[in-house]
Design a protein around this ligand. Structure first.
Ligand code: TRP
Length: 366
């Protein structure tokens, strides 16, 4: 399903960002700064009219918009707004896209005075010449007050070959000082991302994302490797509330992901665990996804109202008229911090996935 689309990719996504900034309490100066940062990072793709096809086939989002927003919630605090983007989306190839994105990271590092050393040391492994797909380099920005975002980069463990992904992750962790980290990871069916915090973080993380096919609520609760472990019943309850009936049979459509964050080189164990559920593949429409999100937020003592208001900040369509606006719901446990819930919300600059039709009433039997 797609409506007539006018304007440019940059204007569309910057407009969404401005409305989300307003509802998360960022002031007009910070909002202006972050809208400019997004537009600049998209480069030439920002000026691309929306009635042309997406600039790349990126899987950053389902409709290939190279931008996705997220709202991250902890009890008792205002939600924080983040934006994930693919700066190299307009470059024409994965290799050139990777180079473009790296240049954008370096420009951000100069502007906000942080070091790219941790990334530079991995370049041969994760940004090689002639890289394998499906991504090269994505950037996520946490849009803090003050106009200086926190920066994360997302890299592709399969860049040096899908069959080398496990080795690449092990070697990257080793270079980052986490010698024994790889052996602490639970079993997985794939390594979709390796992410690094760059810049002004109290404890910069190296994060390994694992893919798990047919994951069930009970299995998911057993995948954390932090000390102490997050409460297994809380993870299972989150999983059931988000995945619905699929929680027992397992996530048989898009797989669940776990993320293991390493901050302390000495310990050999991750200090953070996140469970990501692709809610969009387990609901009929976004009204249902929003109900599930509101349920888990409320269960954690968090007001769902900012998320409810985020949807009309993104699109004029009604939640029940499509599915995918809420892409993932995630529950994160980081040592020493309260649990955090994150909703990843789509730009839908190019397309809306149709809702799953309600099952037709049974034919009368004659
Ligand atoms: N769209 C991709 C996916 O569904 C990548 C992605 C974007 C993603 N945002 C995410 C993965 C948030 C996990 C969590 O896998």
């Amino acid at each position: 399903m797609s409506a007539a689309r006018t304007g440019t990719l940059g204007a569309h996504t910057a407009g969404q960002l401005r409305r989300l900034c307003a509802l998360t309490g960022l002031d007009p100066a910070d909002t202006q700064t972050y809208a400019d940062v997004l537009t600049t990072a998209l480069g030439g793709a920002a000026g691309r009219p929306l009635d042309l096809p997406p600039p790349s086939g990126t899987f950053l989002s389902d409709d290939h918009t190279p931008v996705e927003f997220s709202l991250s919630f902890t009890a008792g605090a205002a939600p924080s707004l983040r934006v994930l983007l693919e700066p190299g989306c307009g470059a024409g190839s994965l290799e050139r896209g990777g180079r473009t994105a790296l240049a954008v990271v370096r420009e951000m590092a100069r502007r906000w005075d942080f070091s790219t050393e941790r990334l530079d040391g991995l370049r041969d492994l994760l940004l090689p010449p002639a890289p394998h797909g499906p991504l090269a380099l994505w950037i996520a920005l946490e849009l803090r007050r003050g106009g200086v975002p926190k920066v994360k980069v997302y890299l592709n463990p399969s860049a040096s070959g899908p069959e080398r992904a496990a080795h690449t992750v092990r070697e990257a962790l080793r270079r980052l000082g986490h010698e024994r980290a790889f052996d602490a990871l639970p079993p997985a069916d794939g390594y979709p991302f390796l992410a690094l915090d760059l810049g002004d973080w109290e404890a910069p993380r190296a994060k390994v994302y694992l893919m798990h096919r047919d994951l069930s609520a009970t299995e998911a609760a057993g995948l954390a490797r932090t000390a102490p472990l997050p409460p297994a019943d809380g993870l299972a309850a989150f999983f059931r509330a988000v995945a619905g009936p699929a929680a027992e049979r397992g996530l048989d459509r898009r797989p669940g992901l776990t993320c293991h964050a390493f901050t302390d080189p000495g310990s050999g164990r991750p200090s953070g665990f996140t469970l990501h559920i692709p809610v969009r593949d387990y609901v009929r429409h976004d009204g249902e996804a929003l109900d599930r999100a509101a349920g888990v937020l409320t269960a954690h003592g968090i007001d769902p109202d900012p998320l409810v208001r985020a949807l009309p900040a993104l699109t004029a369509r009604r939640p029940q008229d499509g599915v995918g606006l809420i892409a993932y719901l995630a529950l994160a446990h980081q040592a020493g911090a309260p649990p955090r819930l994150t909703a990843y919300v789509s730009s839908e600059a190019y397309a809306v996935r149709s809702p799953v039709p309600a099952r037709p009433a049974a034919e009368p039997v004659h």
